[in-house]
Design a protein around this ligand. Structure first.
Ligand code: FAD
Length: 549
């Protein structure tokens, strides 16, 4: 039988994974990887840290190289070879060798597209001035490093306050550069809910990063004394020796579009559960494809390394005749900057509303990452979203200095397994004083949410606080209340609650807050059992402060 010939376009996360998996499944296949750039299988995710000199040697960014693919896997990799077109009738791709300019065609039995996504570079006036960079490849990061060293960069503007923008901000600051972030949204990290993004904002500001939120670049100019000026729609001007554009990426679909492959509503290549495009002999994976969100069911573009790797593996298995499938994403992501970790998984309040899903509730909690009596406990700010009718876990966001990623990973696994808040209550996680608590933050989140689903303790909606006619009750100690409280709230410490029930109204709801939500929950239980209509302001005064900062 003739050997199967698989051609792969793009040799980094999705493409390289696919190639290696193919070989493991089929020792006879001919596998050819065509990569436009000078490297295959490099660590895009490490690039900001190379700019920041945290990773000091460029070679550390290379995870594999053509000779290794040949020797270890018998895979042919041609770098600096760009695929220009797909001829679906002839089952060939047209390739240009970028070193020699020679064009040639290569036949395929199966074709895998993993061309990734390119950084967005809008046609703003001045966008092509020297000193304005995007970051996608090793040469990009090398150029930025070189620019910083050569120009003795002191000020930088990062356009875009998402994951890559914030990683760049930290790494530039690490090089002693003053950073301004210009962000179109009125929050940093737009995938997060605004309340959770507030912690990130506070950390950036406390570390000297200037934030220009709800603003947008209108044009760039060249200053007479050297350097750039960044003009924004609000009329501000920021001087910068360096500008990094981090305003998102656009799936590379030119090849697929020209070949007549189906594209989706979000502009990515449309694939089925087997990563097959509308042509049964062509697969597509990674940043270039649209994926279904497992929670909302919506098509999304999720440019993350984990899904790209898993999709590459699925495509390889299917090409080799196995019944593999990719069932969507949770968009589980983590980002660290200035000592803070921000992570999320599944749906956010924003994405649920966008998807028209109204049956959900959110709770907040602020536990330590390990028990308080062991030195060094750091607060984790955690928001959990769940279906109110049955407790199905829908999403979580967490911010803190320690233990954040671990909790989000547990919840991501739970969502994937279609767990409920009752499962989170029960989940048995490892515990010793320096690692966690006998009631881990994940258990605590499950318990608080389960109380809501069981109707043991109702949650008051934070976003209605300013307009509510409810009686606002603060059950903290007077010293805590005096240091700051919700305007209009009345202080009755938890310890006096049973003896002062007569001071509480019976004809309207009572919304209760404490420091982080625990004492308010106890108060809720006392009041409910006395026939009063009590609700907990979830997360207490700690949550209030981020909503009203
Ligand atoms: P890529 O890895 O981008 O590979 C696509 C390759 O295809 C490119 O090398 C390109 O040159 C090549 N190509 C394109 N067109 C052609 C053509 N016509 N012919 C030949 N070759 C072609 N994700 C995370 O999960 N966590 C992180 O911390 C993280 N950090 C990141 C930091 C940065 C700075 C960047 C840029 C990305 C980061 N990502 C991160 C995203 C992650 O790197 C991508 O999701 C992942 O690499 C996508 O894999 P891919 O195979 O689809 O595309």
């Amino acid at each position: 039988m003739a050997k199967k010939r698989v051609v792969i376009v793009g040799g980094v996360a999705g493409g390289a994974t696919c190639a290696a998996r193919l070989r493991r499944q089929d020792e006879d296949a001919e596998i050819l990887v065509l990569e436009r750039g000078p490297y295959v299988s490099f660590a895009n995710c490490g690039l900001p840290y190379y700019v920041g000199n945290v990773i000091q040697e460029e070679s550390k960014l290379l995870l594999a190289w053509p000779s290794l693919f040949r020797e270890r896997f018998d895979i042919e990799v041609r770098t600096r070879n760009e695929v220009l077109a797909i001829d679906r009738t002839a089952s060939t791709v047209l390739v240009r060798d970028l070193e020699t300019g020679r064009e040639y065609s290569e036949p395929y039995d199966a074709l895998v597209l993993s061309p990734g996504a390119s950084p967005i570079r809008p046609p703003w006036p001045g966008i092509d001035l020297p000193g304005i960079f995007t970051l996608r490849t090793i040469p990009d990061s090398r150029e930025i490093r070189h620019w910083i060293d050569e120009k003795k960069t002191r000020n930088a503007v990062v356009v875009g306050g998402g994951f890559i923008g914030l990683e760049m901000a930290e790494n530039l600051a690490h090089r002693g550069i003053a950073v301004t972030i210009v962000e179109l949204a009125n929050q940093v990290m737009p995938p997060l809910d605004p309340d959770m993004a507030e912690y990130a904002k506070q950390r950036l500001e406390s570390r000297g990063v200037t934030l220009a939120l709800a603003d947008a670049v209108s044009k760039f100019g060249q200053r007479s004394k050297g350097g750039l000026s960044v003009h924004t729609k609000s009329g501000e001007t920021y001087n910068a020796d360096l500008v990094v554009l981090a305003i998102g990426v656009r799936p590379e679909t030119a090849l697929a579009r020209a070949a007549g492959l189906e594209l989706g509503e979000r502009g990515g290549i449309r694939v089925d559960r087997q990563m097959r495009t509308s042509d049964p002999r062509i697969w597509a994976v990674g940043d270039a494809v649209e994926v279904r969100n497992r929670v909302t069911g919506q098509w999304e573009l999720i440019p993350l390394a984990g899904p790209a790797n898993r999709q590459g593996r699925v495509a390889a298995d299917v090409i080799c005749g196995l019944d593999a499938h990719f069932d969507g994403v949770l968009a589980t992501a983590v980002c660290g900057f200035f000592g803070l970790t921000v992570a999320l998984t599944g749906a956010t309040e924003k994405s649920l509303r966008r998807a028209g899903m109204a049956d959900f509730e959110s709770i907040y909690l602020h536990p330590g990452h390990h028990v308080g009596y062991y030195p060094g406990a750091q607060t984790i700010h955690l928001k959990l979203l769940f279906r109110k009718s049955d407790g199905l876990v829908l999403g979580a966001q967490a911010v803190g200095e320690e233990g954040v990623a671990r909790r989000i990973d547990v919840i991501a696994t739970a969502i994937q397994m279609k767990a409920t808040v009752f499962d989170l209550e029960e989940v048995e996680l490892c515990y010793a004083p320096q690692y966690g608590a006998a009631k881990d933050p994940v258990n605590m989140a499950g318990m608080i949410a389960a109380n809501v689903v069981r109707n043991d303790a109702q949650i008051a909606p934070w976003n209605e606080l300013d307009s509510t006619g409810a009686f606002l009750l603060d059950v903290r100690q007077p010293s805590e209340f005096d240091a700051g409280s919700i305007p209009g709230s009345v202080n009755i410490p938890l310890g006096q609650m049973r003896s002062r029930l007569g001071e509480l109204p019976t004809d309207r709801e009572i919304w209760i807050n404490c420091g982080v939500g625990q004492r308010a929950y106890y108060a809720c239980r006392i009041l409910s059992q006395h026939g009063l209509q009590a609700r907990n302001l979830s997360g207490g005064y700690s949550t209030y402060r981020v909503f009203h900062s």
